[in-house]
Design a protein around this ligand. Structure first.
Ligand SMILES: [Zn+2]
Length: 490
């Protein structure tokens, strides 16, 4: 038995000012055939699982390219076509194969391609023919297009948000694929369009119980897999939106009915699922009230919508500017993306006191740049943080302290959201020594930071991510969805 595997992933925020090109992939993560490390990345988990299963079960695994770009703006057409064709050429050279198992994200949009993953799967289907198994793991923050469903036999997304289960779900996809190839099951995909878009963190109710119910359905009564595709509201494409997906063992009608039932249960929860967020002033007031009680652990403040994980630049200053103006101290910030400022810090060297402009440079939405005299506490060729079992690079990075304050800011070159507290300790800040940790992340920071936080405050600074679907000027979205209309089923 011969299986081909590859991974090609990013999440495209079509309103972001940061274009995505081949260098964006090479900087974030790029592994040629056979070069994938032993640890999985978010979207390449099936490849690592497959290596182990190939060793244990004695099938032949042919590895193609695995690559990931930090979420950003529209992907350049040539970069998309070159990386796509690289994988298609590897597959053609590997033929004949019995199965193709991929690690995709599902929200990639390129110039001229609203549905990159659908395009890729359709081309793979054309190469392997109708009878060869095609399976993929997906991120739930993706677009589940009809073209993808038509060209795949098995699709399953991570269930958890934060995505703490990406490896488990990779194992799940590989397991279903191998059972199919052994003739044990005949997977059939059912979908239901919930005609809505929202934010569905599973770290809190009501989504915690909802996802637990989905998990309990697995493996029973002909139900092979259940996924909730959250959708990705910053990707303006025709099929944007939340969908339920069920994979059954050749029981299409049962799958359709379950997808609709679960989908309408979710629709009934609309507007209740997101974490409670405060505006900047109320959020800082709440933060200072907790700090005044000297809780012994820092308050973690999430700048929810300056999250590079959602494709924005990550150089926003809206909250930090207010922290400075309000005279709030003993703060550490991770991170502000500013490659130019990092270059200046590296050139000035550790210990230097310099006049620096940082942040707010990619566009007008994230706030104004900050001009300050700063001390360069650290300047390193590579900063990094953990994300579960993965290592996430910050690229060249610097730690600066604003003169006359105890506000410390990590500046990075490789855009990334904040995942774990070691983003601070790796560059020399003890996170527990600070009253306030300001992080750039919507929810992925939660698993890592909850143990070190006295409390977590979510601040909606109103920008730069298009977080209000009622106001977003969608040009391609092709149907009515909640909350743009009250009842799209009516
Ligand atoms: Zn996601």
């Amino acid at each position: 038995m011969r299986i081909f595997t590859a991974s090609f992933a990013t999440e495209t925020n079509t309103s972001s000012p940061v274009p995505t090109d081949r260098a964006s992939f090479e900087m974030a993560f790029y592994a040629g055939p056979g070069q994938h490390p032993d640890t999985p990345t978010l979207c390449s988990a099936p490849m690592v699982v497959l290596r182990r299963r190939a060793r244990e079960e004695g099938f032949e695994l042919i590895e193609g390219t695995a690559t990931w770009a930090e979420p950003g703006g529209l992907l350049q057409r040539k970069a998309y076509e070159d990386l796509r064709d690289e994988i298609l050429d590897q597959l053609t050279a590997a033929m004949p194969v019995d199965g193709v198992i991929l690690g995709l994200h599902g929200a990639m949009v390129a110039q001229g391609y609203d549905d990159c993953e659908g395009d890729l799967l359709e081309r793979i289907r054309a190469i392997v023919g109708p009878d060869i198994l095609i399976a993929s793991e997906l991120d739930p923050h993706s677009h589940l297009t009809k073209k993808r469903v038509a060209n795949a036999d098995i699709l399953a997304a991570f269930l958890e948000f934060p995505h703490t289960d990406f490896y488990e779900r990779g194992e799940h996809v590989v397991d279903l694929a191998l059972r199919t190839l052994r003739g044990e099951i005949k997977p059939v995909i059912s979908t239901f369009d919930c005609r809505m878009i929202g934010v569905y963190p599973t770290s809190r109710e009501p989504m915690r119980s909802y996802v637990d119910r989905m998990k309990a359905l697995h493996g029973k009564d002909g139900i092979l897999s259940v996924s909730l595709i959250h959708g990705f509201m910053a990707g303006d494409v025709p099929e944007l939106g939340t969908q339920l997906m069920v994979v059954t063992d050749n029981e299409k009608a049962k799958g359709d009915a379950l997808a609709e039932k679960l989908g309408m249960e979710l629709f009934a929860l609309r507007g209740t699922t997101a974490m409670p967020m405060l505006d900047t002033e109320a959020g800082l007031d709440a933060t200072m009230a907790i700090v005044a009680q000297r809780p012994g652990k820092p308050v973690v403040v999430a700048d929810v919508w300056d999250n590079p994980g959602g494709g924005v630049a990550g150089d926003g200053t809206l909250i930090l500017n207010r922290i400075i103006e309000r005279g709030i101290g003993n703060v550490a910030v991770a991170t502000i993306w500013d490659p130019i400022a990092v270059t200046f810090c590296l050139a000035a060297g550790e210990g230097a006191l310099i006049q620096l402009r940082f942040g707010g440079k990619a566009g007008p939405d994230g706030g104004a740049p900050i001009d300050a005299r700063v001390e360069v506490l650290r300047a390193v060729e590579e900063g990094w943080q953990s994300f579960g079992k993965s290592r996430v690079t910050l690229g060249p990075a610097a730690l600066i302290r604003l003169e006359g304050t105890d506000i410390d800011v990590i500046l990075n070159t490789n855009r990334t959201q904040t995942f774990e507290p070691d983003i601070f300790s790796n560059i020399g800040i003890d996170p527990l020594s600070k009253d306030i940790l300001l992080v750039k992340s919507t929810n992925h920071f939660h698993a890592g930071f909850e143990p070190v936080a006295s409390e977590i405050i979510y601040i909606d600074a109103g920008a730069p991510y298009p977080s209000n679907p009622k106001k977003t000027d969608y040009r391609k979205l092709s149907r009515e969805i909640w909350p743009r209309v009250e009842n799209p089923f009516g």
